[in-house]
Write a protein that binds this ligand. Structure first.
Ligand code: KIV
Ligand code: ZN
Length: 508
């Protein structure tokens, strides 16, 4: 008899806390829809009190996702809880997730409260949340570095106050599988009232143990796992959804757990999230990396030709990674192009397809074969511009191997045209300086990468940047067969994002 494990997805909340991973509310809704299709049990949509942008995203998701639970995060403060309840109005299955740190280091330095004060705050907050929502989850932040006796006391208090889910976070990725197993077992056996709740685990990956710890927690009796797509999240991230889902799927013999995940949606979801936040997936990433079904050595190739299972423990189809027998090129029709774009994790409207198809044909005219990477770069470039209010009309760069480079740009924003010139040590700094002048904005360039996305001299160049403005990071991407244009587009895309997300924050 298999035990059903609930998958609580926190890609849009904890995942979005990864540096530079901020997403617009509309993009979050697209991802939430895909998460619902993937079959997660709960979507943590955001932390509504933290900004109007977060509030908007939670609201949008609560109003549009009807088949899956939707949750919102709140500190153990009445105002946070009220705002979370407000954001969740309209949700079919709302859940308020209240958290409060219980470890000595967090209580002393961050909260500046003693154990009794933290206990009362937690209990009061859960009682308040329970008056507003039938489903309340409580997380003792930094549980794995908390005094176990105090942790148990708090858990008993919040269960009495009405918590329906008890989530045990390994906030800093400090625990080990055997230690976490013992902690969850102890909670399951010693906390009175625990049988009236669902026990959940939430593991971070600082030591690369997030998945191992999550599984240990499940083996000890937890029946909910909190995960993110591609393992994105604070620092080293969270336990990766696709890894957990596939481990439980492939090793039913060992674990005897089932989930509601449709594994055939994994690949599309993974690519969609990676594209949305401009976080490339490492080629050797478990389950969804590009190389997972690639075989280099002769012995391995020989084995796979004779029987794939000699070196593959799952088929590409299991995770929805279909074999592409259609080569895309200048003679490809729109339906072949549409099919591949969908497989690569994009959900485009009819209008967007109409806009992108001529771009595809234009590039296909220059290249004999279009690779998946070309399509990803092309679509990202178009989608990146979707919400951009500032667009580049043209640019010029004058640069050589000695002296100063000069650049001119013309940017259009809300029917206003801004044209400026600037110099720089090199062509990139010249064009970024010119964009700063034209837009009146200034950002610190934290990271800048440029690469050809596919083989050949006519390859598309894709630039990605991370900028920071007032300490907040924003990522941007741009693609073009001209690498200067790709760089300028990436920088402008990041500035646009900072405007959309930053302006929303200022309303707070
Ligand atoms: O890692 C953590 O402790 C969290 C909590 C808010 C659950 O993300
Ligand atoms: Zn977390």
């Amino acid at each position: 008899m298999m035990d059903r494990i609930k998958i609580f997805d926190t890609t849009l909340r904890d995942g979005e806390q990864a540096p530079g991973a901020s997403m617009s509310a509309e993009l979050k809704l697209d991802i939430a829809m895909q998460l619902a299709k993937l079959g997660v049990d709960n979507i943590e949509a955001g932390f509504p009190v933290s900004s109007p942008a977060q509030m908007k995203a939670v609201r949008l998701i609560a109003q549009n996702i009807k088949t899956t639970g939707v949750s919102a995060l709140a500190r153990a403060i009445d105002e946070d809880i009220d705002v979370a309840a407000e954001a969740l109005k309209g949700a079919e299955h709302p859940l308020i997730h209240v958290f409060l740190a219980t470890s000595p280091i967090h209580m002393q330095y961050k909260l500046k409260k003693d154990e009794d004060e933290v206990y009362s705050m937690a209990v009061q907050a859960v009682r308040h949340a329970r008056n507003l929502s039938a489903q309340v989850e409580f997380s003792p932040e930094d549980a794995t570095r908390s005094n176990p006796a105090f942790l148990m006391r708090v858990l008993e208090g919040v269960i009495d106050a009405g918590a329906t889910i008890i989530n045990i976070p390994d906030t800093v990725g400090y625990t080990t599988p055997s230690e976490f197993y013992s902690l969850i077992k102890r909670i399951m056996t010693e906390v009175s009232g625990i049988d009236r709740t669902t026990v959940s685990v939430h593991c971070h990956n600082d030591m690369g143990l997030a998945i191992a710890n999550t599984i240990s927690g499940l083996q000890a009796g937890a029946r909910q796992a909190e995960v993110t797509v591609n393992g994105i999240g604070e620092r080293a991230g969270n336990a990766a959804l696709e890894e957990l889902a596939m481990i439980l799927n492939l090793r039913k013999d060992t674990f005897s757990f089932s989930t509601g995940i449709n594994t055939r949606q994994i690949f599309t979801t993974s690519r969609m999230v990676a594209n949305a936040i401009n976080y490339p997936i490492p080629k050797n990433k478990a389950i969804v990396g590009e190389n997972i079904f690639a075989h280099e050595s002769g012995i391995h190739q020989d084995g796979v030709i004779k029987n794939r299972e000699t070196y593959e423990i799952m088929s590409p189809e299991t995770i929805g990674r279909e074999h592409n027998d259609i080569v895309l090129g200048r003679h490809s029709g729109i339906s072949g192009f549409k099919k591949r774009v969908k497989q690569l994790g994009f959900s485009l409207t009819k209008e967007e397809f109409k806009k992108i198809y001529p771009v595809f044909l234009n590039i296909a005219d220059q290249k004999s074969e279009i690779f998946d990477e070309d399509i990803i770069a092309m679509v990202n470039d178009e989608l990146g511009k979707k919400t951009d209010t500032m667009r580049m009309d043209f640019f010029n760069i004058l640069s050589g191997n000695s002296g100063i480079s000069t650049s001119t740009v013309r940017i259009e924003s809300n029917n206003m045209v801004m044209q400026e010139a600037a110099t720089g040590d090199g062509p990139i700094s010249a064009i970024f300086n010119a964009i700063d002048r034209a837009t009146g904005m200034h950002a610190v360039l934290e990271e800048f990468h440029i690469q050809a996305v596919s083989p050949g001299r006519q390859a598309i160049g894709e630039a990605s940047v991370i900028i920071s403005i007032n300490g907040r990071k924003f990522s941007g991407k741009g693609a073009s067969t001209n690498i200067m244009e790709a760089s300028a587009k990436a920088y402008l895309n990041a500035l646009n994002k900072s405007k959309i997300i930053g302006e929303n924050n200022e309303e707070n």
